[in-house]
Design a protein around this ligand. Structure first.
Ligand SMILES: Cc1ncc(C[n+]2csc(CCOP(=O)(O)OP(=O)(O)O)c2C)c(N)n1
Length: 813
């Protein structure tokens, strides 16, 4: 017997019994009869062994399904089974998981996924009843649980086990994990939230996070570990260390080849912050249960984060279905992996400790195999039957309406003969046949095509944004009111008064970012408010844009209303990845089951120098489909946008004008009520000769130019688009163009950036080309960034004289 195995003895049993069975026995008397305890212990172990066997069979059969062509790609959790049944024991109601594609066993053990559902996702079944994680949108093993209902109300997350939707970019789960854990700290510390019983049990939840050893090379991992070490939030990070990132071994990934060694300086000591670090062996069931029992309790109670470096994990089938690991693993490693397969080791341990007879284990294994086979078949039937029905109906209509055209009959027969048809086969067969028929002849077929096209398009396209009552586009429009003699104040003071009122009335709101707490942000929007509302709601963060975004994501998923700040728009790039990959896809990739209403606040457009003048709007709007992008021309408009977002479940980015904080604005009297509707441009100057479309800081340049042009007898209509996403949903701009027949799009992005996007929207989507008398134009910034100083700005960004010149040219054309 191998000396590394925990052989059962009385002392060991006692320790492990309590580690293993504590959760179900919480209400029992302490001195339980040892025999009774032993039975419970034994059953618990065998139940776990069964889940491991089921999960392994799922991996083996799953791979076969891909290799036989029934699914496109497969990635499985074989080799991680034992560690994950151990981990799942301590995952309680109210807890969250932010993980990656290896966690099927954890999902099975937590009761959050069935094998049948796993196969439905492998087949990309778009029926959410069969595939409840993403309705066929995500690759297999990308899990999620439902967190909001159809009305956009948060479910009782404090009493369910919760899975934030997985994403494929390695390490992308880390920033979100920080936020999910941090939300518990917020709920614990902000007493006003203690009545939000459905969202948190006073912050007693743990966020379980999983990551592969190679993905710890990502900056996301390091930034998260540092941030959580500082913040002291209840985060449990499990590193599944199988030694490789696809083919690249960990000596090329991690300093000293060990993530726990590399992180040692972050180890929490008496009287310091930091993280607890544990080393576990992925085949050591009893050892893992024992450590986790006390470690997770400590995280829950003390909010001390921990890293579990789970070593000696294997990958029996290699990384994924994309290749075989025999290509890059040495024979020695492959045979070590066989010997140290966690299920094999757990089996040996069970037998060595007399927890079961060989026969009993064989029965468990055989039952697991047949159960997985049945689940797989059932998932396949569920997936295929609706398509077969479509095929049958299409074939019968094709025959009925072929009107003697042989090619159509052939198409029908070919469609009928496909063994594993897909929706697109049906649509293609009908579409190509309709092309050969007289228009209007095949009405049944045409109707069926339209029906299929629309229902399937919805199946694959819906939920990019909230579509129900919590859509930002459904927020009631309320205008700003002004009292007689309303004060005229600086832009930053308008914001400051608004945030003051907001924090006094909405306990779910938090604001954070670099220099946002103590000094109240670099432009004083939050000046004095930390003192008033406390450090738990308004606070400074480290310089870590990526995880500031993650902090917001996790909080928003848990029903809070974070306003997370990126100090300058130029630094949004550091935080763009989680916004693009995570925020913008959350509602879509969960088919509407999760919402992440973050508000990202930043300031940008022209000021001074290469990194305080950026307006990379084209990049942003192309990266953030799934978020709303607001470009207010002043702070009063910005507040209306904050109000709109706060009433909805949609995520949004608000870019305040960096040069607008000291400009005077009239203070509205209904700061908390008025809203700015999204996608509705505002005409800020009426005119007849030319339409000028712009937004943000450039708008002021345009207005200056318009005054000069007026003197030259040219009358300009100026339109502020207000939001780039969405863009002019009622096509108001083309109405202006109908009147003026000339149009100029002005912004300070690079050529081909957001101005080109606006141009495309108006010309193609709104059919603006029909109303043009002269060629439409864009006036943008230069391709390079502005040099420092006012002249740098003048020669790089469009200025008043440029607008005047271009408009005059267009008038003379
Ligand atoms: C940002 C990013 N880069 C590269 C990839 C491609 N990729 C997918 S998995 C993987 C290796 C991950 O290895 P590890 O973190 O050890 O996890 P394992 O798959 O071994 O469990 C790579 C490089 C990706 N998904 N995302």
């Amino acid at each position: 017997m191998n000396a590394n195995l925990n052989i059962f003895n009385k002392e060991y049993l006692k320790r492990n019994i309590f580690a293993l069975i504590k959760p179900p026995m919480e209400n029992q008397e302490a001195d339980i009869q040892e025999e009774v305890t032993f039975d419970i212990f034994r059953n618990e172990v065998l139940k776990d062994y069964k889940i491991c066997c089921i999960s392994r069979e799922t991996s083996l059969l799953g791979r076969k399904e891909v290799l036989s062509g029934k699914a496109k790609f497969g990635i499985f959790g074989d080799g991680k089974e034992v560690a994950q049944v151990a981990m799942a024991k301590f995952f309680k109601n109210g807890d969250f998981r932010s993980g990656y594609y290896r966690d099927q066993t954890f999902m099975f053990a937590s009761g959050l996924a069935t094998v049948e559902q796993f196969f439905s996702q492998l087949y990309a079944d778009p029926d959410i009843k069969n595939e409840p994680f993403s309705a066929g949108r995500q690759m297999n093993a990308h899990f999620a649980t439902k967190m909001v209902d159809e009305n956009g109300d948060w479910l009782d997350l404090a009493n369910t086990k919760n899975i934030s939707a997985d994403i494929a970019p390695t390490g992308g789960q880390m920033p979100r994990a920080l936020g999910l854990a941090f939300a518990s700290k917020f709920f614990r510390n902000v007493k006003e939230t203690h009545d939000l019983k459905e969202l948190s049990n006073n912050g007693n939840e743990v966020c379980f996070c999983t990551i592969g050893d190679a993905s710890t090379s990502e900056g996301h991992f390091w930034e998260t570990m540092n941030a959580v070490g500082v913040l002291q939030a209840p985060l449990a990070v499990f590193v599944w260390d199988d030694g490789y990132g696809i083919s690249v071994p960990k000596i090329y990934q991690t300093t000293k080849g060990s993530i726990s060694e590399a992180l040692a300086g972050m180890q929490k000591q008496d009287g310091t912050n930091g993280i607890d670090i544990y080393k576990l062996k992925g085949w050591d069931y009893a050892g893992m249960c024992e450590t986790l029992a006390h470690a997770i309790t400590r995280i829950r109670e003390t909010h001390t984060p921990a890293l579990f470096h789970v070593e000696e994990i294997t990958q029996p089938q290699g990384h994924s279905t994309s290749g075989s690991h025999e290509r890059y693993k040495l024979e020695e490693r492959l045979s070590w992996e066989k010997e140290w397969d966690c299920i094999k080791q757990m089996r040996t341990w069970i037998l060595a400790n007399n927890l079961a007879e060989e026969e009993e284990l064989v029965t468990i294994e055989e039952n697991a195999a047949s159960f997985v086979k049945e689940s797989k078949q059932s998932a396949w039937k569920n997936y295929l039957n609706p398509i077969k029905e479509m095929v049958a109906k299409a074939v019968s209509l094709l025959h009925a309406e072929a009107n003697g055209i042989p090619q159509i009959k052939r198409t029908a027969d070919e469609l009928n003969a496909i063994r594993e048809p897909q929706r697109r086969d049906v649509l293609k067969a009908i579409a190509t046949s309709l092309d050969q028929m007289d228009k209007g002849a095949a009405s049944g077929l045409k109707n069926y095509f339209d029906e299929l096209y629309s229902s399937n398009t919805k199946l694959y396209d819906a939920h990019l944004y909230n579509e129900g009552p919590k859509s930002a586009l459904k927020v009631a429009v309320i205008a700003a009111n002004y009292d007689n003699g309303a004060p005229i104040v600086n832009g930053y003071e308008v914001l400051n008064r608004y945030f003051d009122q907001l924090f006094a009335t909405n306990k779910k709101v938090a604001a954070f970012g670099e220099d946002l707490g103590q000094i109240g942000d670099v432009n004083q929007g939050f000046s004095g408010l930390q003192e008033k509302f406390g450090r738990d709601r308004i606070f400074d963060t480290g310089i870590r844009e990526l995880t500031i975004m993650g902090q917001a994501i996790g909080m928003a998923l848990r029903g809070l209303r974070p306003i997370a700040e990126i100090q300058y728009l130029d630094y949004l790039l550091y935080g763009l990845q989680p916004l693009s990959d995570d925020v913008a896809t959350t509602h879509f990739r969960t088919a509407g089951q999760q919402s992440v209403p973050v508000i990202i606040r930043t300031r940008g457009h022209r000021l001074e120098g290469i990194w305080h003048s950026g307006s990379p709007m084209g990049m942003i709007i192309n990266a953030l489909r799934g978020m709303y992008v607001c470009v207010p021309r002043n702070m009063v408009q910005a507040i209306g946008m904050y109000n709109t977002l706060l009433q909805s479940n949609d995520p949004g980015l608000i870019i305040e004008c960096l040069n607008g904080y000291r400009l005077k604005e009239k203070l509205p009297s209904n700061l908390l009520e008025y809203t700015v509707p999204f996608g509705i441009p505002e005409t800020v100057n009426q005119g007849d000769d030319i339409t000028i479309v712009s937004y943000g800081s450039t708008l002021r340049i345009v207005i200056e130019a318009v005054d000069s042009l007026q003197k030259l007898g040219i009358s300009c209509e100026v339109i502020d688009v207000q939001t780039l996403l969405p863009f002019d949903i009622n096509h108001l701009i083309v109405e202006s163009l109908k009147k003026t027949s000339r149009i100029l799009f002005v912004d300070e992005d690079v050529p081909g950036g957001a101005a080109a996007y606006m141009f495309n929207k108006v010309m193609e989507e709104q059919g603006g080309y029909r109303y043009l008398d002269v060629s439409p134009r864009t006036l943008t910034g230069k391709a390079h960034r502005p040099g420092y100083g006012s002249d740098g700005d003048y020669f790089a960004k469009p200025n008043t004289e440029d607008v005047v010149r271009v408009v005059k040219e267009m008038m003379e054309e």
